[in-house]
Design a protein around this ligand. Structure first.
Ligand SMILES: C[S@@+](CC[C@H](N)C(=O)[O-])C[C@H]1O[C@@H](n2cnc3c(N)ncnc32)[C@H](O)[C@@H]1O
Length: 268
């Protein structure tokens, strides 16, 4: 890997290893991380539970993948993988950072589920042979790696021909999130510091990266302003001003400014 990209991966690693996704939703700091109470405390704020359309996608994909092998890239604390496991899919869960892997292992133990494997892996250089998996799932990850196209193509390499990539790209533009970030100087992931890389792309730019795949579904999601678990003046303005006002926009117009695009594509 080129030196510049290696340096980017290192800074992405350092950021996410100290900001495992989920900790920003903790409001009761007396709860011990890694306990059943901890996973239950943040669960309503994690993707499949906060966004019913993600759970519906997990449901739908699990029906096709029962007994088959799915790779999750960038598993965070493992909530998405957990839902696949509960539905009978064989899962290898990976993340760039050891702290995410440790939380995922603990989470699976608490839930009494068994993955094929849980370990660190870099999306840009996956430690798997060509044609290994029946599906690859990456939810809000590949835009944060430093080379989104390379990550999409690495996923393709590890898929069997006919295997499914289900990739949710959270940083669509133009979108309400992009506007808030750009003009409101608002952090996206964490209050105090954002990740070193969050690449915003148009739908056309995202789709152009799926060469060697047949794209079977494209969905714009998160077109309404989302709830935030933050306090303070800015958060109050968002919660009680901008959000209710914006959410009055007609569906068609709001969808133009959706902040996520999810692509399902089959390896040719
Ligand atoms: C926004 S979080 C999403 C976590 C999880 N998918 C979820 O929805 O809860 C982004 C995740 O991508 C991981 N990540 C970033 N770069 C990566 C890379 N090159 N390879 C694998 N994972 C990476 C981070 O460590 C982090 O856990």
């Amino acid at each position: 890997m080129e030196e510049d990209l290696q340096n980017t991966v290192q800074s992405v690693h350092d950021y996410w290893n100290s900001h495992t996704l989920g900790f920003q939703y903790v409001t009761d700091h007396s709860i011990e991380p890694g306990t059943p109470a901890f996973f239950a405390h943040i669960r309503p704020w994690m993707n499949p539970y906060k966004f019913p359309w993600i759970m519906a996608r997990i449901d739908q994909e699990s029906k096709l993948l029962k007994g088959k092998h799915l790779l999750e890239i960038g598993c965070g604390m493992g909530y998405d993988s957990l839902e696949f496991l509960k539905r009978g899919v064989r899962v290898t869960a990976t993340d760039l950072t050891p702290n995410a892997v440790a939380m995922t292992l603990r989470h699976f133990e608490v839930e009494g589920v068994q993955a094929e494997a849980v370990h660190t892996a870099n999306a840009l250089d996956l430690p798997f042979a060509d044609n290994t998996f029946d599906a690859v799932w990456a939810n809000g990850v590949l835009h944060a790696t430093g080379d989104t196209e390379r990550a999409i193509q690495e996923a393709r390499r590890t898929l069997k021909p006919g295997g499914r990539a289900i990739i949710s790209h959270f940083y669509r533009k133009p979108s309400w999130m992009w506007l808030l970030h750009r003009y409101g100087r608002e952090n996206i992931e964490y209050k105090e510091e954002d990740p070193p890389v969050n690449e915003f792309y148009t739908d056309a730019e995202v789709l152009a990266m799926f060469h060697g795949y047949q794209v079977v579904a494209v969905a714009r999601e998160h077109h309404r302003l989302l709830p935030v678990r933050r306090d303070g003046v800015k958060a109050a303005l968002y919660k009680y001003g901008l959000r209710p006002a914006y959410n009055l926009l007609p569906e068609g117009l709001a969808k133009k400014y959706a902040y996520k695009v999810s692509v399902t594509a089959v390896k040719l």
